[in-house]
Design a protein. Structure first.
Length: 437
C-alpha cells in the first residue's frame, strides 16, 4: 500500500520550492493546476525572473495582473491565447515555435524544468495518478524535472491510457477541489455550416478523423451525423466528438490500429465532456509524442485531418497562428496531423477558412472586407503549414485539392474559392508576381 501522506504538501510549501530564475512547466489547457497558479502571485515579492512554460493557458490567476507579472514572472508559451495577448506588450511573454509531438523532447533538450505541475485525478489504490485531461508533454517534461508535483482533485476526470505517473515518479502532491477549466461550445454561424457541410462531403463512411474546436470544427461535427462507422485518432477530444460518439456515428470499428478505441492526446470542452471521458474504457489517452507522431497517425487508413487557418496565399502557404507578427495561437498539432493524414492510405488533409474577414480601418473607422485568400502572406506572418504540405483547402465557396499541383494551377484553384469580388484582383496580382502569364 502506498503512503499518500508521505508526499502530501500544502500549496504554500510547493511555492516555497520556487526560486529566482526557475522554470516551471504547467500542464496543457485544462491540466493547468488552479490552486497552484491562483496562489503564485503570493511569491512575487521574493522572486524574480521565474519563467512559466504553458500551452493554451486557462487559469486567469492574479500572477497575470500586469503590475504583479512584470515584477516577478516571465512566460514562454507553446500556444498563445487572449490571456497571453494581453501581456504581449510587456516584452515578458515569448512564443515557443513547435509541433506538438516534439514539445517534450525539444523543451527538455533546451532546458530542464525545476518543477512540472499538472492537475490530476485522485490516486488509485496502487498510487498511480492520472493527469486530468491528457498527456501532451506532461510526463516527458516531468521525467527530467527536478520536482514532479501533481495537484489532485476529486473533481478531475480519470482517463485511461498513457496519461499517468506511478507513485514513485511523483515527488509531491497538493490537494484542491478544482474542476478542469471549460470552454464554451461556439454555435456555428451560417458560413461555418456551409463550410462544415462541404467538408462533410469529403468524409466517407469508415474514415478516421481528427478535428479541433471552434465554429468551423463544431459545424463539421454537426454535419457528420449521417455518416457511419467513423473512427477517431485526434490531438484534441472535444464536445463535438463526444456527441458523435454518443450518437453511434463514431464506432472506431474500421480502424487498422486501436480498433474500437477513440484515441486522443488531450481533452478540452464542457463539464459534460469531462464526465464522459472519466473512466470511459472506449477512450484512450496517449502521449503527445505518440498520438501526434505523423508516422503513428498514418497507420490508420483513410485518416482525415480537419484544421483551420487564418490566411492562405496563392502558393498554398497557410498562416494559422498569427496576424502578421502578432502571435494569436500556435502551430499545435496542425503539421503533425496534416502530414500524418497525407501519409495514410487514402488519407486527406483539409484546411478550412472563411473567404473574407470584416475589419475596422483604424484610420477611417469604417468596416472593410478583406480577402483571406491572399497573393502573399502579410509581413511577419508565420508559415504554419508549408506549401509543400497543403492538400485540400475549403472555404464557403467550395473545396479544391492542391496535392501535386503547380503554382499556376494553385492560383486558379484557390482563386475559384475566394470571394467573387476578389477573384479578378487575385489573378492580376498573380500575374504581377510571375505566377501566371
Amino acid at each position: 500500500m502506498f503512503d499518500y501522506k508521505s508526499k502530501l504538501i500544502s500549496v504554500e510549501q510547493a511555492l516555497d520550492l520556487v526560486a529566482d530564475g526557475d522554470l516551471i512547466t504547467v500542464g496543457l489547457g485544462a491540466n493547468e493546476p488552479p490552486a497552484f497558479l491562483s496562489n503564485l502571485h503570493h511569491i512575487a515579492d521574493r522572486v524574480s525572473d521565474v519563467t512559466i512554460s504553458n500551452c493554451l493557458p486557462m487559469v486567469a490567476g492574479d500572477y497575470l495582473k500586469e503590475e504583479i507579472f512584470t515584477k516577478a514572472f516571465r512566460i514562454e508559451t507553446l500556444f498563445s491565447n487572449q490571456l497571453m495577448r494581453k501581456l504581449a506588450h510587456t516584452g515578458r511573454v515569448s512564443f515557443v515555435p513547435n509541433n506538438l509531438h516534439f514539445v517534450g523532447s525539444k523543451r527538455n533538450a533546451h532546458r530542464r524544468s525545476k518543477i512540472m505541475i499538472s492537475l490530476a485525478s485522485t490516486p488509485g489504490e496502487n498510487g498511480r495518478t492520472s493527469f486530468a485531461t491528457g498527456n501532451a508533454y506532461e510526463d516527458r517534461i516531468g521525467a527530467q524535472a527536478q520536482y514532479r508535483i501533481l495537484e489532485v482533485s476529486p473533481n478531475a476526470p480519470k482517463c485511461y491510457g498513457q496519461n499517468y505517473l506511478e507513485w514513485d515518479e511523483i515527488d509531491y502532491v497538493i490537494e484542491s477541489e478544482a474542476c478542469p477549466c471549460t470552454i464554451p461550445a461556439l454555435e456555428p454561424n451560417e458560413r461555418d455550416m456551409k463550410i462544415g457541410q462541404i467538408i462533410a462531403g469529403l468524409v466517407n463512411d469508415g474514415d478516421c478523423i481528427q478535428v479541433g474546436v471552434g465554429g468551423i470544427p463544431n459545424a463539421v461535427c454537426q454535419s457528420l451525423f449521417e455518416k457511419r462507422d467513423l473512427g477517431v485518432h485526434t490531438e484534441m477530444m472535444t464536445t463535438g466528438l463526444m456527441d458523435l460518439i454518443k450518437a453511434g456515428v463514431v464506432t472506431n470499428a474500421r480502424k487498422q490500429v486501436d480498433v474500437g478505441l477513440t484515441v486522443f492526446t488531450f481533452a478540452l470542452g464542457s463539464a459534460q465532456m469531462y464526465d464522459f471521458i472519466n473512466e470511459n474504457p472506449t477512450l484512450f489517452t496517449g502521449r503527445g509524442e505518440n498520438v501526434n507522431d505523423p508516422y503513428v497517425i498514418a497507420r490508420n487508413d483513410n485518416q482525415v485531418s480537419i484544421n483551420t487557418t487564418v490566411e492562405v496565399d496563392l502558393c498554398g502557404q497557410c498562416c494559422s497562428e498569427s496576424i502578421g507578427s502578432s502571435q494569436i495561437s500556435g502551430s499545435g498539432g496542425q503539421v503533425d496531423t496534416a502530414v500524418g493524414a497525407q501519409n495514410s492510405k487514402n488519407g486527406r488533409s483539409i484546411i478550412a477558412l472563411y473567404s473574407t474577414l470584416e475589419k475596422v480601418n483604424n484610420l477611417t473607422g469604417e468596416t472593410e472586407v478583406i480577402s483571406k485568400i491572399v497573393p502573399t502572406l502579410r509581413p511577419g506572418a508565420a508559415v504554419t503549414l508549408s506549401r509543400n504540405d497543403v492538400d485540400w483547402v475549403v472555404s464557403e465557396y467550395g473545396a479544391v485539392n492542391l496535392r501535386g499541383t503547380s503554382i499556376a494551377e494553385r492560383v486558379r484553384l484557390l482563386t475559384s474559392i475566394a470571394h467573387p469580388q476578389f477573384r479578378d484582383g487575385l489573378l492580376a496580382c498573380a500575374r504581377e508576381l510571375g505566377y501566371l502569364l
